[in-house]
Design a protein around this ligand. Structure first.
Ligand SMILES: [Zn+2]
Ligand SMILES: [Zn+2]
Length: 331
Protein backbone atom coordinates (compact mmCIF):
# COMPACT_ATOMS: atom_id res chain seq x y z
CA UNK A 1 0.00 0.00 0.00
CA UNK A 2 1.68 3.19 -1.20
CA UNK A 3 1.49 6.77 0.03
CA UNK A 4 2.17 9.16 -2.87
CA UNK A 5 2.03 12.37 -0.88
CA UNK A 6 0.49 14.13 2.10
CA UNK A 7 -3.28 13.82 2.41
CA UNK A 8 -3.47 11.46 -0.56
CA UNK A 9 -5.26 8.14 -0.06
CA UNK A 10 -3.09 5.04 0.17
CA UNK A 11 -3.15 3.05 -3.04
CA UNK A 12 -2.67 -0.62 -3.75
CA UNK A 13 0.37 -1.24 -5.96
CA UNK A 14 2.38 -4.18 -7.30
CA UNK A 15 6.13 -3.94 -6.92
CA UNK A 16 9.00 -6.36 -7.39
CA UNK A 17 10.16 -8.07 -4.19
CA UNK A 18 13.16 -5.93 -3.11
CA UNK A 19 16.67 -7.35 -2.92
CA UNK A 20 18.43 -6.99 0.44
CA UNK A 21 21.49 -4.72 0.49
CA UNK A 22 24.49 -5.01 2.82
CA UNK A 23 23.48 -5.96 6.40
CA UNK A 24 19.83 -6.07 5.37
CA UNK A 25 17.33 -8.86 5.73
CA UNK A 26 14.38 -9.46 3.41
CA UNK A 27 11.26 -10.15 5.42
CA UNK A 28 7.97 -11.70 4.47
CA UNK A 29 5.62 -9.57 6.56
CA UNK A 30 3.17 -11.46 8.76
CA UNK A 31 1.58 -8.46 10.47
CA UNK A 32 2.13 -4.73 10.83
CA UNK A 33 0.63 -2.48 13.48
CA UNK A 34 -1.08 0.78 12.58
CA UNK A 35 0.29 3.63 14.69
CA UNK A 36 -0.86 7.21 15.16
CA UNK A 37 2.50 8.28 13.74
CA UNK A 38 1.39 6.74 10.43
CA UNK A 39 -1.49 9.23 10.45
CA UNK A 40 0.89 12.11 11.14
CA UNK A 41 3.05 11.03 8.17
CA UNK A 42 0.04 10.52 5.88
CA UNK A 43 -1.40 13.89 6.92
CA UNK A 44 1.84 15.78 6.22
CA UNK A 45 2.42 16.69 9.86
CA UNK A 46 5.95 15.25 9.78
CA UNK A 47 8.33 16.84 7.26
CA UNK A 48 10.03 15.23 4.28
CA UNK A 49 8.94 11.59 4.20
CA UNK A 50 10.40 9.34 1.50
CA UNK A 51 7.90 9.36 -1.38
CA UNK A 52 6.28 7.25 -2.54
CA UNK A 53 6.34 5.54 0.82
CA UNK A 54 5.24 2.29 2.40
CA UNK A 55 4.03 3.19 5.90
CA UNK A 56 4.28 0.94 8.94
CA UNK A 57 6.83 0.55 11.72
CA UNK A 58 5.44 -2.25 13.89
CA UNK A 59 6.49 -5.07 11.61
CA UNK A 60 6.49 -8.76 12.43
CA UNK A 61 8.02 -10.83 9.67
CA UNK A 62 10.04 -13.88 8.78
CA UNK A 63 13.53 -13.69 7.34
CA UNK A 64 13.43 -15.03 3.77
CA UNK A 65 16.66 -13.55 2.42
CA UNK A 66 19.83 -11.82 3.58
CA UNK A 67 22.22 -9.31 2.03
CA UNK A 68 26.00 -9.36 2.16
CA UNK A 69 27.41 -9.33 5.67
CA UNK A 70 24.01 -10.06 7.23
CA UNK A 71 24.73 -12.97 9.56
CA UNK A 72 22.57 -12.25 12.58
CA UNK A 73 19.43 -14.16 11.59
CA UNK A 74 19.00 -17.47 9.79
CA UNK A 75 16.29 -17.84 7.17
CA UNK A 76 12.98 -18.55 8.86
CA UNK A 77 13.73 -16.50 11.98
CA UNK A 78 10.81 -14.40 13.14
CA UNK A 79 11.82 -10.80 13.82
CA UNK A 80 10.26 -7.47 14.74
CA UNK A 81 11.14 -4.18 13.07
CA UNK A 82 10.59 -0.96 15.04
CA UNK A 83 10.47 2.74 14.17
CA UNK A 84 14.24 3.20 14.62
CA UNK A 85 15.56 1.84 11.33
CA UNK A 86 19.12 3.13 11.18
CA UNK A 87 21.49 5.41 13.11
CA UNK A 88 24.94 6.79 12.33
CA UNK A 89 26.62 5.04 15.25
CA UNK A 90 29.27 7.77 15.45
CA UNK A 91 27.71 10.98 16.79
CA UNK A 92 27.79 12.00 20.46
CA UNK A 93 24.22 10.79 20.94
CA UNK A 94 24.86 7.38 19.37
CA UNK A 95 28.02 6.96 21.44
CA UNK A 96 26.31 7.80 24.74
CA UNK A 97 23.35 5.43 24.67
CA UNK A 98 21.02 8.03 23.15
CA UNK A 99 20.75 6.81 19.60
CA UNK A 100 17.08 7.81 19.70
CA UNK A 101 18.34 11.41 19.36
CA UNK A 102 20.76 10.78 16.43
CA UNK A 103 20.27 13.59 13.92
CA UNK A 104 21.04 11.21 11.05
CA UNK A 105 18.60 8.53 12.21
CA UNK A 106 16.29 7.02 9.64
CA UNK A 107 12.90 5.77 10.63
CA UNK A 108 10.90 2.84 9.35
CA UNK A 109 7.77 3.75 7.45
CA UNK A 110 8.96 7.37 7.16
CA UNK A 111 12.46 7.59 5.63
CA UNK A 112 12.52 3.85 4.86
CA UNK A 113 9.76 1.72 3.39
CA UNK A 114 7.85 -0.06 6.13
CA UNK A 115 5.45 -2.89 6.73
CA UNK A 116 2.20 -2.05 4.88
CA UNK A 117 3.43 -4.59 2.34
CA UNK A 118 3.91 -8.28 1.74
CA UNK A 119 7.71 -7.94 1.80
CA UNK A 120 10.07 -5.40 3.27
CA UNK A 121 13.75 -4.82 3.97
CA UNK A 122 15.32 -4.01 7.31
CA UNK A 123 18.82 -3.48 8.65
CA UNK A 124 19.47 -6.60 10.74
CA UNK A 125 21.14 -4.53 13.47
CA UNK A 126 17.82 -2.81 14.20
CA UNK A 127 15.61 -5.92 14.26
CA UNK A 128 14.55 -7.80 17.38
CA UNK A 129 14.25 -11.58 17.46
CA UNK A 130 10.70 -12.59 18.42
CA UNK A 131 9.49 -15.89 19.86
CA UNK A 132 7.42 -17.95 17.41
CA UNK A 133 4.76 -18.76 19.99
CA UNK A 134 3.72 -15.12 20.09
CA UNK A 135 1.17 -14.67 17.29
CA UNK A 136 2.17 -11.99 14.81
CA UNK A 137 -0.90 -9.78 15.23
CA UNK A 138 -0.49 -9.68 19.01
CA UNK A 139 3.25 -9.04 18.81
CA UNK A 140 3.03 -6.15 16.32
CA UNK A 141 1.70 -3.47 18.75
CA UNK A 142 4.57 -4.20 21.14
CA UNK A 143 7.02 -2.80 18.59
CA UNK A 144 5.97 0.83 18.88
CA UNK A 145 2.97 1.28 21.15
CA UNK A 146 4.57 -1.03 23.68
CA UNK A 147 8.09 0.18 23.28
CA UNK A 148 7.41 3.92 23.30
CA UNK A 149 4.92 3.34 26.09
CA UNK A 150 7.61 1.58 28.09
CA UNK A 151 10.14 4.37 27.49
CA UNK A 152 7.48 6.88 28.58
CA UNK A 153 6.73 4.90 31.72
CA UNK A 154 10.42 4.87 32.63
CA UNK A 155 10.51 8.64 32.02
CA UNK A 156 7.52 9.07 34.34
CA UNK A 157 9.71 7.76 37.17
CA UNK A 158 9.81 4.69 39.38
CA UNK A 159 8.20 6.60 42.21
CA UNK A 160 5.08 7.50 40.24
CA UNK A 161 2.53 5.38 42.07
CA UNK A 162 -0.52 7.30 40.81
CA UNK A 163 -0.11 7.39 37.06
CA UNK A 164 -2.35 9.32 34.66
CA UNK A 165 -2.68 8.16 31.04
CA UNK A 166 -4.17 10.66 28.59
CA UNK A 167 -5.54 8.92 25.50
CA UNK A 168 -6.36 5.28 26.10
CA UNK A 169 -5.28 3.71 22.82
CA UNK A 170 -2.68 1.18 21.74
CA UNK A 171 0.17 2.48 23.89
CA UNK A 172 -1.88 3.18 27.03
CA UNK A 173 -3.55 -0.21 27.00
CA UNK A 174 -0.10 -1.82 27.18
CA UNK A 175 1.37 0.67 29.68
CA UNK A 176 -1.64 0.20 31.97
CA UNK A 177 -0.87 -3.51 32.22
CA UNK A 178 2.81 -2.92 33.02
CA UNK A 179 1.93 -0.23 35.55
CA UNK A 180 -0.56 -2.53 37.25
CA UNK A 181 2.03 -5.32 37.41
CA UNK A 182 4.36 -2.81 39.10
CA UNK A 183 1.65 -2.04 41.71
CA UNK A 184 0.95 1.44 40.40
CA UNK A 185 -2.56 2.86 40.20
CA UNK A 186 -3.69 3.95 36.74
CA UNK A 187 -5.98 6.91 36.07
CA UNK A 188 -7.22 6.79 32.48
CA UNK A 189 -8.37 9.89 30.62
CA UNK A 190 -10.31 9.52 27.39
CA UNK A 191 -12.07 11.85 24.99
CA UNK A 192 -15.12 13.29 26.79
CA UNK A 193 -18.08 11.01 26.13
CA UNK A 194 -15.98 7.95 25.26
CA UNK A 195 -17.75 5.61 27.69
CA UNK A 196 -16.50 2.56 25.77
CA UNK A 197 -12.86 3.71 26.12
CA UNK A 198 -13.37 4.31 29.84
CA UNK A 199 -14.89 0.86 30.25
CA UNK A 200 -11.94 -0.68 28.39
CA UNK A 201 -9.50 1.09 30.76
CA UNK A 202 -11.34 -0.18 33.83
CA UNK A 203 -11.33 -3.72 32.42
CA UNK A 204 -7.54 -3.46 32.16
CA UNK A 205 -7.29 -2.58 35.83
CA UNK A 206 -7.42 1.23 35.85
CA UNK A 207 -8.39 2.56 39.29
CA UNK A 208 -10.39 5.37 37.68
CA UNK A 209 -11.41 6.38 34.17
CA UNK A 210 -12.94 9.66 33.11
CA UNK A 211 -12.97 12.44 30.54
CA UNK A 212 -9.77 14.40 29.86
CA UNK A 213 -11.52 17.71 30.61
CA UNK A 214 -12.22 16.71 34.22
CA UNK A 215 -9.71 16.52 37.10
CA UNK A 216 -8.81 13.11 38.54
CA UNK A 217 -10.31 12.20 41.94
CA UNK A 218 -6.92 12.69 43.60
CA UNK A 219 -3.58 14.28 42.63
CA UNK A 220 -1.28 12.20 40.42
CA UNK A 221 2.46 11.57 40.71
CA UNK A 222 2.99 11.54 36.96
CA UNK A 223 1.07 11.59 33.71
CA UNK A 224 1.80 10.37 30.21
CA UNK A 225 0.07 12.09 27.29
CA UNK A 226 -0.44 9.82 24.28
CA UNK A 227 -3.14 11.92 22.60
CA UNK A 228 -1.78 14.53 20.16
CA UNK A 229 -3.62 17.44 21.82
CA UNK A 230 -1.47 20.23 23.27
CA UNK A 231 -4.32 21.40 25.51
CA UNK A 232 -3.74 18.26 27.57
CA UNK A 233 -0.35 19.55 28.78
CA UNK A 234 -1.74 22.24 31.12
CA UNK A 235 -4.57 19.85 32.07
CA UNK A 236 -2.03 17.20 33.08
CA UNK A 237 0.14 19.76 34.92
CA UNK A 238 -2.91 20.70 36.96
CA UNK A 239 -3.54 17.02 37.70
CA UNK A 240 -0.05 16.21 39.01
CA UNK A 241 1.23 16.77 42.52
CA UNK A 242 4.32 18.88 43.34
CA UNK A 243 7.41 17.21 41.90
CA UNK A 244 5.30 15.37 39.32
CA UNK A 245 6.33 14.70 35.73
CA UNK A 246 4.22 15.10 32.61
CA UNK A 247 5.57 13.03 29.71
CA UNK A 248 4.53 13.87 26.13
CA UNK A 249 4.89 10.58 24.28
CA UNK A 250 3.74 11.45 20.76
CA UNK A 251 5.87 12.59 17.86
CA UNK A 252 3.45 15.37 16.98
CA UNK A 253 1.14 17.50 19.09
CA UNK A 254 -1.02 20.54 18.43
CA UNK A 255 0.26 23.77 19.99
CA UNK A 256 0.29 23.90 23.76
CA UNK A 257 -1.85 26.77 25.02
CA UNK A 258 -0.35 29.41 27.29
CA UNK A 259 -0.56 28.50 30.96
CA UNK A 260 0.25 30.19 34.28
CA UNK A 261 3.68 29.50 35.76
CA UNK A 262 1.95 28.48 38.96
CA UNK A 263 0.97 25.06 37.51
CA UNK A 264 4.61 24.29 36.63
CA UNK A 265 5.96 25.64 39.92
CA UNK A 266 6.72 23.12 42.66
CA UNK A 267 9.33 21.30 40.54
CA UNK A 268 6.82 19.85 38.16
CA UNK A 269 8.49 18.70 34.95
CA UNK A 270 7.23 18.62 31.37
CA UNK A 271 9.25 16.47 29.00
CA UNK A 272 8.92 14.59 25.74
CA UNK A 273 9.95 11.09 24.82
CA UNK A 274 11.48 10.78 21.36
CA UNK A 275 11.76 7.54 19.39
CA UNK A 276 13.46 4.56 21.02
CA UNK A 277 16.84 2.96 21.47
CA UNK A 278 17.57 -0.68 20.70
CA UNK A 279 18.19 -1.15 24.38
CA UNK A 280 14.61 -0.03 25.16
CA UNK A 281 13.42 -2.71 22.78
CA UNK A 282 15.51 -5.46 24.31
CA UNK A 283 14.43 -4.52 27.84
CA UNK A 284 10.76 -4.18 26.99
CA UNK A 285 10.49 -7.33 24.87
CA UNK A 286 12.04 -9.30 27.75
CA UNK A 287 9.77 -7.67 30.32
CA UNK A 288 6.43 -7.93 28.47
CA UNK A 289 6.08 -11.74 28.61
CA UNK A 290 7.28 -11.82 32.24
CA UNK A 291 4.53 -9.38 33.19
CA UNK A 292 2.01 -11.28 31.07
CA UNK A 293 1.18 -8.30 28.84
CA UNK A 294 -1.64 -9.06 26.41
CA UNK A 295 -2.48 -6.83 23.49
CA UNK A 296 -6.04 -6.29 22.30
CA UNK A 297 -6.08 -5.98 18.54
CA UNK A 298 -8.50 -5.28 15.70
CA UNK A 299 -7.16 -6.86 12.54
CA UNK A 300 -7.56 -5.73 8.93
CA UNK A 301 -6.29 -7.35 5.75
CA UNK A 302 -3.49 -5.34 4.11
CA UNK A 303 -5.64 -3.83 1.34
CA UNK A 304 -7.98 -2.37 3.98
CA UNK A 305 -5.20 -0.23 5.50
CA UNK A 306 -7.10 3.01 4.66
CA UNK A 307 -10.03 1.83 6.79
CA UNK A 308 -7.69 0.99 9.66
CA UNK A 309 -6.22 4.50 9.49
CA UNK A 310 -9.72 6.05 9.41
CA UNK A 311 -10.79 4.01 12.43
CA UNK A 312 -7.70 5.15 14.34
CA UNK A 313 -8.29 8.77 13.38
CA UNK A 314 -11.90 8.53 14.59
CA UNK A 315 -10.86 6.94 17.89
CA UNK A 316 -12.85 3.79 17.08
CA UNK A 317 -10.07 1.27 17.75
CA UNK A 318 -10.17 -0.71 20.98
CA UNK A 319 -6.51 -1.44 21.73
CA UNK A 320 -4.43 -1.54 18.56
CA UNK A 321 -5.24 -1.83 14.85
CA UNK A 322 -3.06 -4.36 13.04
CA UNK A 323 -2.76 -5.27 9.36
CA UNK A 324 -2.43 -8.98 8.78
CA UNK A 325 -1.23 -10.50 5.55
CA UNK A 326 -3.57 -13.10 4.15
CA UNK A 327 -1.97 -16.21 2.70
CA UNK A 328 -3.15 -15.25 -0.77
CA UNK A 329 -1.67 -11.78 -0.46
CA UNK A 330 1.72 -13.07 0.64
CA UNK A 331 2.05 -15.51 -2.26
ZN1 LIG B 1 24.21 9.19 15.48
ZN1 LIG C 1 4.54 4.26 16.24
Amino acid sequence: MLLDGARRPLREARRAVPAPGPRQVLLRVAACGVCRTDLHVADGELPDPKLPLVLGHEIVGDVVGVGTGATRFAAGTRVGVPWLGWTCGACRFCRSGRENLCAEARFTGYHLDGGYAEYTLADERFCFPLPRELQAQYAAPLLCAGLIGYRSLVAAGDGAERLGLYGFGAAAHIVAQIARAQSRRVFAFTRPGDAEGQRFALELGAAWAGPSDAPPPEPLDAAIIFAPAGALVPAALRAVERGGTVVCAGIHMSDIPQFPYEILWGERVVRSVANLTRRDGEEFLALAPRLDVHTSVETYPLHRAPEALDALRAGRVRGAAVLVMEESEAE
